[in-house]
Unconditional design. Structure first.
Length: 416
């Protein structure tokens, strides 16, 4: 089983700051909710997890705050426009049938760590979705961290395996804790060793492997005198920082990771929520309707007809010139075509037409028939390579779907 665990606060916060202010007609801010749902649906589409869990921080102090009251003390309070959207996100998740997880005394990171450990012990694959590099220490043992990053208005997703992490950092993922113990982390107000930066910290880890290894070899000549002095003067700061930076993977969660419930959407509740939020694109995406569960659209019964010769093909095209629209399905190499008109599907194969196949294509795409295609660019490219100038293409379902909702990850025909 594949479980996707989402760092709720991280993704919501990133959405809030990355999307222009939005609100519904009641004046309720909605940009964080919109951005979070866009990310959620995109990642579910791409990762195809069997189960999804979203973890949240809580307002109560955590065990780290109780021991060090300076922990994260420099962080600004949450914007009110973001705070009012947090319960809305949770309400939508409940309607979607997605498991939510939070526990007083612990951070979302600790929940991510605990769930991923339990999943891996059960033999399950775990994908952690977060914008926080702290979670990279969890990589390995069946857990991949999918890191979200936004820059210059573009969002990217990088999947960190142990190999990917070592390629970037030069050491194992768990050693990220040692790195923070040395260089600190200003965003969390983790002090580290005063005067030791990232470059020095990485070199120390390359030479000695761990924080303990560094202090066991504190007199080693590879440690410069100035760095040694700093390490000796601030050893307690390093030890405390190591403790603060370590994600607790043994949180007493009541969640049964081995038997997570299937995602079952409360369609009526979700329709009501998304209508109030004015998220019409998500209503369409999920096929929701008012007051009832929307059934999957059924295709009409089609009569099937194979066109066996070029003579028949020319006659067929002549008969279609008065049609309002003819839908064309084609392989990218143009070895076969299916023309849909009314309740009939006409099949044409290059092998049946021989040398006349190019002439059949030229006749179909000469502009006399009103054609609709899906993702037409590859077909157009191949027609041009055949020396043909395609005309008559008046509609493209992939482009239409993109214009309706540019945020989707895929516009393949079966999904649409």
């Amino acid at each position: 089983m594949k479980i996707m665990v989402i760092d709720g606060n991280s993704i919501i916060n990133r959405a809030y700051h990355g999307i222009r202010p939005l609100s519904n007609h009641e004046g309720t801010p909605t940009n964080a909710v919109y951005g979070f749902l866009s990310t959620l649906f995109k990642q579910q589409d791409e990762e195809r997890p069997d189960r999804t869990v979203v973890c949240f921080d809580v307002k109560e102090k955590t065990f780290r705050h109780l021991k060090f009251d300076t922990y994260k003390a420099t962080r600004k309070p949450m914007d009110e426009e973001l705070a009012v959207q947090m319960p809305i996100v949770k309400e939508v998740l409940d309607a979607l049938g997605i498991v939510r997880c939070e526990l007083a005394g612990y951070e979302a990171d600790d929940l991510l760590g605990t769930i991923s450990r339990r999943a891996n012990e059960n033999g399950d694959e775990c994908v952690i979705l977060t914008g926080d590099r702290d979670s990279l220490q969890l990589v390995g043992g069946g857990t991949v961290v999918r890191l979200v990053k936004s820059a210059l208005g573009k969002t990217t997703y990088t999947s960190y395996t142990p190999e990917k992490f070592r390629e970037e950092y030069g050491f194992d993922p768990i050693r990220l804790i040692d790195l923070k113990a040395l260089m600190g982390d200003s965003s969390d107000n983790i002090p580290g060793v005063k005067g030791v930066g990232e470059k020095s910290a990485k070199q120390l880890l390359a030479d000695f492997g761990t924080l303990d290894g560094i202090y066991e070899h504190i007199d080693d000549e590879r440690i410069k005198k100035g760095v040694r002095t700093k390490l000796q003067a601030d050893e307690q700061g390093a030890r405390d920082s190591y403790w603060l930076a370590t994600i607790d993977r043994n949180v007493p969660l009541e969640l049964d990771v081995a038997h997570l419930p299937e995602q079952k959407i409360d369609r009526e509740a979700l329709y009501s929520l998304l209508t109030r939020l004015e998220f019409d694109q998500f209503i369409r995406k999920l096929g929701l309707t008012e007051g009832e569960q929307a059934a999957a659209p059924r295709l009409p019964a089609l009569e099937r007809c194979t066109i066996a010769s070029a003579f028949e093909a020319f006659g067929l095209v002549d008969s279609l010139t008065e049609a309002d629209r003819v839908f064309v399905l084609a392989g990218k190499t143009l070895g076969a075509l299916c023309l849909l008109s009314g309740d009939t599907a006409y099949f044409l194969y290059a092998d049946d037409m021989g040398d006349a196949w190019n002439d059949v294509l030229a006749r179909l795409f000469d502009g006399s028939v009103n054609l609709a295609l899906h993702d037409a660019k590859d077909i157009i490219k191949n027609l041009l390579l055949r020396g043909l100038d395609p005309r008559g293409i008046t509609f493209d379902t992939a482009l239409a779907a993109y214009l309706i909702d540019p945020a989707q990850s895929s516009y393949d025909l079966p999904r649409l």
